[in-house]
Design a protein around this ligand. Structure first.
Ligand SMILES: O=C(O)CCC(=O)C(=O)O
Ligand SMILES: [Fe+2]
Length: 292
């Protein structure tokens, strides 16, 4: 009997996914221990992503690189770099405008992604030093169509836990498609109530019925605002940009553990920017960038 990993384990309910996560760790115990020990080389975290919420929001002036990131991303959007791997779609949101040719170690984007304060909080939360799995500059345009795809509540299937860091690169108010998040513990209870199967998109009405009293967290803020959240444990959506409003521009940095379901067994191949790593980086930063 053939096993279809995606169908049998990844796109499944929580129990089966936990089993698969454990199996992936047991397969490479040395990597697991090494990456846990590597967290000791990082500075003490200056802020935390609490396990109970899986969310940390930082004011626009908290991380020095964030304001520079916003300027750089706006430039990329204005010069309308188009991702050549992007197939034409009817999608008006999460259009990647990151020009990889402009990514160097001293660019604000990589300095943000490898900022020791950020790495420290993310590593502490994930229990090990992660790998940098993805960086994108996302443009989301206003649209009057009904929310669909990631504009609807969902949990990302890549792993049982992960961290996405969003840096707001435009002013994001309620009309500009802010990230909208349900804290991790509450999301877990909702998944149980609705018998959730990853990574299904759920209509607002279903979530409204299943959720508790607190409203979802709507993350608004000026350019430079940073939101780190666990997109696997927290129900989330974004990019509902109202017609006539300013488009939303964000930087998205995805941190996964080497054990994530979508990372190849030789996880160095899952580190897309590994070639940029050099001796000017610390060992931990190299572990994040190149998986070393
Ligand atoms: O902010 C958005 O448009 C949703 C993003 C999302 O679902 C994700 O990055 O996982
Ligand atoms: Fe998502």
């Amino acid at each position: 009997m053939a096993i279809d990993i995606k169908k049998d384990f990844i796109n499944q309910r929580e129990g089966r996914r936990r089993l698969y996560a454990l199996a992936r760790r047991l397969r490479r115990p040395t990597t697991y221990v090494q990456r846990q020990l590597a967290t000791w080389a990082l500075p003490r975290p200056t802020f935390r992503i609490p396990q109970s919420t899986g969310i940390a929001t930082l004011a626009y002036d908290r991380i020095p690189e964030a304001a520079e990131v916003a300027v750089m991303a706006q430039t990329m959007v204005r010069t309308t770099f188009h991702d050549p791997t992007h197939k034409p779609t009817r999608k008006t949101f999460l259009l990647n405008r990151l020009d990889p040719a402009l990514l160097s170690l001293d660019s604000p984007i990589l300095r943000f992604a490898l900022n020791p304060e950020i790495l420290s909080a993310v590593s502490r939360y994930l229990g090990m030093v992660p790998i940098l799995a993805n960086i994108k500059v996302f443009l989301s345009e206003p649209s009057d169509t009904e929310p669909w795809s990631s504009q609807l509540f969902h949990c990302d299937a890549h792993d049982k836990a992960q961290v996405k860091a969003f840096v707001y690169c435009s002013d994001i108010g309620p009309e500009n498609g802010p990230l909208t998040l349900i804290p991790a513990k509450e999301s877990e209870r909702i998944r149980a109530r609705i018998n959730y199967r990853y990574p299904k998109r759920i209509p607002d009405s279903v979530i409204d019925e299943a959720r508790e009293e607190r409203s979802p967290e709507v993350v608004t803020g000026p350019p430079g605002t940073v939101c780190l959240f666990d997109s696997s444990r927290c129900f989330h959506y974004g990019s509902r940009v109202s017609p006539g409003s300013t488009p939303r521009v964000v930087l998205m940095v995805q941190y996964l553990t080497p054990f994530a379901f979508t990372v190849p067994t030789d996880y160095r191949q899952g580190a897309p920017l590994g070639a940029l790593a050099d001796a000017q980086l610390s060992r931990v930063q190299r572990a994040v960038l190149a998986g070393e």
